[in-house]
Design a protein around this ligand. Structure first.
Ligand SMILES: C[S@@+](CC[C@H](N)C(=O)[O-])C[C@H]1O[C@@H](n2cnc3c(N)ncnc32)[C@H](O)[C@@H]1O
Length: 317
């Protein structure tokens, strides 16, 4: 284990044996966790860490995790760059609006680099369960293949901290036959900035159907998505090519699967987003696809205007 010497091991063993008085009793299981060899998660489903006490839990770096969204946001497993985006992504307000609580079983669809995974895993750590999708990293033998690169980076992130120990991964080979979890076993499915891709490639209905099946009756689907102009009457697939989706179109698509829109929020709205850029939504931060061209202008606009939608799977009958 890099950086973990024989001396460290002896100190850990000694501290655990002597139950160092300064350590709160509840922190001992976490100390043992920090001292244990680094876990190597596999693709196989695993149970969450059941023993971790929600209130006093600490991660390996000593930051509080678990028990609340707030504690997860303060976790040391989050990078500086990710922390910096809290101001624009509003994770506390967004996840509170969706009704996330630590004991829930949650699915995150298409996590990409895992910005929200870090927050969700920290929130449910020791109490609930997080299931995320990932690419099929065996889809190609070329290490430069996008799916291999992004999928491997995400899998590596899940090995980087004990916080991810309970995270299950569903490998997506074909969205048409996507099973996220046994039917009716999930409390909440979340998706951030992915719907344009699904509208564009024609998989939106399939993926939202998979979410509907996995959710229990009364379960919540939370959607954050770059929002097109309300009067943009072009083909939704053409609009989606620039990263945006019209709000009424997305609501209609999701309700057609069986969901009911419960509430909308303007937490992630940005009235400065003019939605008419050369490189679509990727012109804005965090992508800045035009690189140095008008960078200050786009930085001043900020991240895109986003809809925030909470749907519910109606109770049967
Ligand atoms: C626009 S990004 C949004 C990422 C993330 N949801 C967020 O908001 O930070 C869409 C991402 O979905 C990822 N993606 C596509 N298929 C995926 C899959 N099967 N599992 C996980 N991520 C996937 C892509 O790599 C891309 O990074």
């Amino acid at each position: 284990m890099p950086g973990f010497t024989a001396t460290d091991a002896m100190v850990c063993a000694l501290m655990i044996t002597l139950r160092v008085p300064q350590l709160p009793l509840l922190a001992l299981p976490l100390l043992a966790l920090a001292c244990a060899p680094k876990p190597v998660p596999t693709e196989a489903p695993r149970e969450p860490v059941a023993e971790a006490p929600a209130e006093d839990a600490e991660d390996a770096a000593g930051a509080p995790v678990g028990g609340s969204i707030e504690a997860a946001l303060a976790g040391a497993h989050r990078s500086e760059g990710n922390l910096a985006r809290d101001e624009q992504r509003h994770p506390m307000e967004t996840l509170t609006f969706f009704g996330l609580t630590p004991e829930m079983t949650v699915v995150e669809l298409w996590p990409g680099g895992g910005w929200y995974t870090q927050v969700l895993a920290g929130t449910v750590y020791g109490a609930g369960k997080l299931i995320t999708t990932n690419f099929d990293v065996n889809a190609s033998t070329d290490p430069k293949d996008y799916r291999v690169r992004v999928g491997t980076a995400f899998a590596d992130m899940l090995k980087s901290s004990p916080i991810y120990e309970g995270v299950e991964t569903v490998t997506v080979t074909d969205p048409k036959s996507l099973t996220l979890a046994p039917e009716g076993t999930v409390d909440m499915v979340l998706t951030f900035r992915n719907s344009h891709g699904w509208v564009e490639d024609g998989t939106a209905t399939m993926i939202y159907t998979a979410a509907f099946t996995a959710l229990r009756p009364g379960g919540v689907l939370g959607v954050v998505q770059h929002r097109a102009k309300a009067d943009d009457d072009r083909d939704p697939k053409i609009i989606a090519d620039s990263g945006y989706v019209r709000e009424d179109y997305l609501i209609e698509t999701i309700e057609a699967v069986g969901f009911k829109l419960e509430e909308k929020s303007e937490i992630n709205a940005n009235p400065n987003d003019t939605k008419d850029y050369e490189k679509g939504v990727w012109t804005l931060p965090p992508n800045f696809q035009l690189k140095d061209v008008d960078r200050e202008k786009y930085a001043a606009i900020g991240e895109s205007d986003r809809m925030t939608l909470r749907f519910v799977k109606p109770a049967a009958g």
